[in-house]
Design a protein around this ligand. Sequence first.
Ligand code: MGP
Length: 238
Amino acid sequence: MAEEEVAPPEVHHYESIEEVPWDIQNYWSQRHRIFSRYDDGVWLTDDAWFGVTPEPVANKIATHLVENAPAGRCILVDCFAGAGGNTIAFAKTGKWKRVYAIEKNPAVLQCAKHNAKIYGVEDKITWFEGDCFEILKNQLKDLAPYSVIFASPPWGGPGYRSDQVFNLRTMEPYSLEKLYKEYSLFTPHVALYLPRTSDVRQMAKFVPEGRKAEVMHYCMDGHSKALCIFYGDFNNHS
Ligand code: MGP
C-alpha cells in the first residue's frame, strides 16, 4: 500500500463502530463480507456502503460473466464502479483482456482505485471519472464489438426495500429503460444488477422477440441479496 495516499474528507476507513454514522451501522457488522480485506485499509464514502456488492456475490457474478460471455468478448465495462466491489472481482478473474471501470463521483472513484490496490489488481483496470453514457459514446466506442457491459446502478437508496415489487420504471436516477436503451446502442450483451424484487415483466419488455434473457438471484444466508438480468448472448447454466 502506498503510504502517501491521502483520503479526501468524505472518504473513511472506520476502525470501530463508534466512528460509524448510525444509518450505516447495519453494514458495519457485514464489513468483512463486503470486503474480506476490509482490515487492510479499505476506503468507502458513507453513501458507498449502501451499494457495494458483497465480495462473495461479486465473485460469483464475475465467474458467471467469464464463463458465459459470448466468444470474442474480452473486455468488461463496469458502468457504475462505486467503491470497486464488482470491478475488483472482475479483474481478479484474470480472464478479461481489460476491465474498464467508470464512476461519476471522484471521491468514490478514489476509493475504488485504492481498494483495487489492496487487492493487487489495479494494473488490470482502466479508470474513467464521469458519466457512463457519455464515456461509452465518446471514449469507448471503438471497443464496443469486443465488450460486455456490467452495470450496478443506484436504486434510489435503501428505501427500495419497502416496495413489494420494485418499479424499474421509476428507479432513480436512471430507469431500466434509460439504462437498457443506452447500453444496447453500445453492445447487446448487458448484465444488470438490480433489486431482488424487481418487476419481472418490466425486465422482460426489453428482451428481443423470440430471444431469452436469464435472471439469476445471488443469495447469501439463504436469501436473495439481489438479481442480475443477462440480456444478449450469455449462456448461464450454473
Ligand atoms: P440491502 O437490502 O440494503 O442490504 O442491500 P442488507 O442489509 O444486506 O439487506 P439484507 O436484507 O439482504 O440483509 C442488499 C444488497 O443490495 C447490498 O448488498 C448491495 O449489493 C445491493 N444494493 C443495495 N442498494 C441500496 C443498492 C443500490 O442502490 N445500488 C446497487 N447497485 N446495489 C445496491
